[in-house]
Design a protein around this ligand. Sequence first.
Ligand code: NDP
Length: 244
Amino acid sequence: MEITFAGKRALVTGAGKGIGRATALALSRCGAEVMAVTRTQADLDSLVLECPSIKPVCADLSDWDATEQALKDVGPVDLLVNNAACAKLQPFLEVTPEQFDISFNVNVKAALHVAQIVARGMVARGSGGSIVNISSQASQCALRDHAVYCATKGALDMLTKVMALELGPYKIRVNSVNPTVVMTEMGRLGWSDPEKAKTMTSRIPLGRFAEVEDVVNSILFLLSDKSAMTNGVTLPVDGGFLAC
Ligand code: NDP
């Protein structure tokens, strides 16, 4: 199946590292004009070095006003990937209000805000579009020390569905991908301990964690017209973890 995004403009958040960075590069290879948003300038510098056509946008998405300012001149966007997130693990009894606020600000509120900015433009132009929110298997399954992270991803799944409901009439599709563990910087934080990793992989029917490419391929499918009738889904990329 060939996917092309020639003539499309795509915005990817959290594009400095991991899944977001790989998604930005893949979209560019597929012909899209890509805007990469993240908060670490050094990551944007190396991304642009790797792919000079990518337009870098430096912003801390946990800051509502700074996000508004940073995105005001990005122009029309056809494809949005809400990927930026943070995951700080804490036992439930030790969760702090600071951790709760920063996690919800980035993982939920920023996704809503960036999608509002982008979707308002899509609605005004009558162009339609496709939005993919990067959720997690943690949205639907309790994981130890992940109380806040699980709660943010559960919220993101419902946000995806309501966005699909309200934006569908404007021909804007909204879906999420829900990966299992991927050994990015974030994945390594929680799952580097081999014993812990084994406990998780033993619950995944395919017996392994996801690769970055597994997630990127599902994102590209949901962004593309190949999924033209798919709207409001939370697509597991988890080797069967959530099915069992
Ligand atoms: P990484 O930590 O490797 O990358 C996250 C990116 O988001 C970084 O570039 C980071 O920038 C950026 N980011 C974080 N906070 C902000 C902010 N406030 N403003 C702007 N940019 C920000 O994560 P992954 O690639 O692993 O994760 C990508 C997505 O996939 C996330 O939504 C995550 O929840 C989800 N996911 C990941 C899994 C995994 O096991 N890795 C499993 C399931 C879902 P900086 O480094 O500068 O903070």
